[in-house]
Design a protein around this ligand. Structure first.
Ligand SMILES: [Zn+2]
Ligand SMILES: [Zn+2]
Ligand SMILES: [Zn+2]
Ligand SMILES: [Zn+2]
Length: 149
């Protein structure tokens, strides 16, 4: 019986970090309200930092529904805990930029850039997901060639 329980605990400790963190009675650090109401007075689930007790409404943090889906697939860190995805260091805050698709932090010098880009920026992790398969391009080329003839 006890060995079974131990196995079960070991099993859950492996799975748990991938599960979304659930903190009862958590409060948004921006509007100081719970999941019952956001700054617009509407119910909204809170997101939680994997590193500290900071929580927030995605709307208060200016996060889109898409971004919220993505940050729940990895150990998201709040602005105060954010570290660089490449070197894992939190320093050089003024040279850290954030991916517009996953909110991961990156130092400009860790990805070989001179300065923080002014517009939208997507990290290489997301960029890989969004590049279209090359096979399609090959097919389209063949078609256009036969059309020319
Ligand atoms: Zn809020
Ligand atoms: Zn945090
Ligand atoms: Zn770095
Ligand atoms: Zn990204």
């Amino acid at each position: 019986m006890t060995t079974r329980l131990k196995c079960l605990i070991g099993f859950y400790s492996i799975i748990l970090p991938l599960q979304p963190k659930v903190i009862p009675n958590a409060m948004c650090g921006i509007c100081q309200k719970g999941k019952e109401a956001n700054k617009r007075g509407r119910p909204e689930a809170l997101i939680h930092c994997s590193q500290c007790d900071n929580s927030g409404h995605p709307s208060c943090l200016d996060m889109s529904a898409e971004l919220v889906c993505v940050i729940q697939t990895y150990r998201w860190q709040c602005m105060e805990c954010k570290t660089c995805t490449v070197c894992r260091q939190p320093h050089h805050e003024d040279e850290m930029m954030f991916c517009d698709k996953c909110d991961r932090g990156f130092h400009t010098f860790c990805v070989g850039m001179d300065q923080i880009p002014t517009g939208l920026w997507v990290c290489e992790v997301c960029d890989k997901d969004f590049t279209t398969p090359k096979k399609k391009g090959v097919k389209a080329q063949k078609k256009s060639k036969s059309a020319q003839k």
